[in-house]
Design a protein around this ligand. Structure first.
Ligand SMILES: Cc1cc2nc3c(=O)[nH]c(=O)nc-3n(C[C@H](O)[C@H](O)[C@H](O)COP(=O)(O)O)c2cc1C
Length: 335
């Protein structure tokens, strides 16, 4: 089958398929990335890491940036508002195995913007430029940048910051087409993504609200972007990634697996998290994942509630196993 889109090229990295897993803090740890990558992701991005925190190198921070023995290529994302600190952090993450260093100019969370980091940087394009130049000069690997449209509707800095990125030697730009003030309200405005793509020469990765294979391909085609990035819609649904890869590779999108098989994968996810993080950390993190795997299934709300109150992994897994048996016996009766 002939591919329907070209590979994404970030300097000397050729990325196939041009499908990127969004960085998601508290979610895209190495376990999750390793589990989701084989569904058909070309590139994965870590949770964002504070450049300041890297000065102290806590065990948890070092765990976030250790890319040895993980999927490749992998991009490590940094945030901060000080060019020298960002440059020093970039060196550290590169030494720890990052194939790409990504700069975060998109996070709207107050704990980040109150220290002038993430999307708050977009209020000061000179600062963005200084950070990008410092990071590009610090490392030998490609540097990319991810941003929102701007701080607010009346301050859309993306075009200016993207042009400065290109001049500074940044090798690709991801645009999540919302303003910081919007958080997740309203819709991502792909018109802006199309405008950005036609204005700069470096690759543009489009991001925002892609939750269906055909919609994703239409957005990609209409905006002309070099790659698309998927975030929330993949949570509890990595099969969306395979469906998009199918279309990119010139095939029909495969059907979704049965509900029982989706829950079998949820158990695999649970066990991988237990193995990598231990029960104390895995159980609270898996509550939200299991809730997402259950989405749309009969009795999901009740099951979610039960799992929310369980502190032992074995008990939570038993509830999922019980649900699989129930789903399969109902399917047999229906057949
Ligand atoms: C739980 C969560 C955590 C996120 N953490 C990050 C982050 O660390 N860095 C970042 O650039 N964006 C982060 N984002 C934003 C996503 O990368 C993405 O831009 C956004 O969710 C829009 O894409 P989507 O509509 O496909 O989800 C986060 C989003 C969510 C939902």
């Amino acid at each position: 089958m002939a591919p329907t889109v070209p590979a994404l090229k970030i300097r000397d990295l050729e990325i196939w398929p041009p499908l990127v897993l969004a960085p998601m803090s508290g979610v895209t740890n190495r376990t999750m990335r390793a589990l989701y990558k084989p569904f058909g992701l070309g590139l994965t991005v870590t949770e964002f890491v504070s450049s300041n925190a890297l000065k102290y190198g806590s065990r948890r921070t070092m765990e976030m940036i250790d890319q040895h023995g993980v999927e490749q290529p992998v991009s490590t994302q940094l945030w901060g508002d000080d060019p020298a600190t960002m440059a020093a952090a970039a060196k550290v993450v590169r030494e720890c195995g990052a194939d790409v260093v990504d700069i975060n100019f998109g996070c709207p969370a107050p704990k980040v913007t109150k220290t002038n980091g993430g999307s708050a940087c977009l209020r000061d394009p000179d600062l963005c430029e200084a950070i990008m130049r410092a990071v590009v000069a610090a490392v030998d690997c490609p540097v990319t940048m991810k941003m929102r449209l701007g701080w607010s509707e009346s301050d859309l800095a993306y075009m200016d910051v993207a042009r400065r990125a290109q001049d500074a030697g940044v090798q690709a730009v991801t645009l999540h087409a919302r303003t910081a003030k919007q958080f997740y309200r309203g819709n991502a405005d792909w018109e802006h993504i199309a405008r950005l793509k036609s204005a700069i020469d470096i690759p543009v990765i489009g991001n925002g609200d892609l939750d269906d294979a055909h919609l994703a391909m239409r957005r990609m085609r209409e905006s002309g972007v070099d790659a698309i990035m998927l975030g929330r819609a993949t949570l509890g649904n990595p099969w969306l990634i395979s469906q998009i890869r199918d279309v990119m590779e010139g095939r029909e999108a495969r059907p979704m697996p049965s509900q029982a098989d989706r829950l079998r994968f949820a158990i695999e996810h649970y066990r991988a998290m237990l193995r990598d993080l231990g029960e104390k950390r895995a159980v609270p993190q898996m509550r939200k994942h299991v809730a997402l795997y259950l989405k749309g299934m009969p009795g999901a709300a009740v099951l979610r509630e039960r799992i929310m109150h369980l502190d032992r992994a074995d008990d939570a897994i038993a509830v999922i196993e019980e649900t699989i048996v129930k789903l399969e016996s109902e399917a047999m009766v229906a057949a």
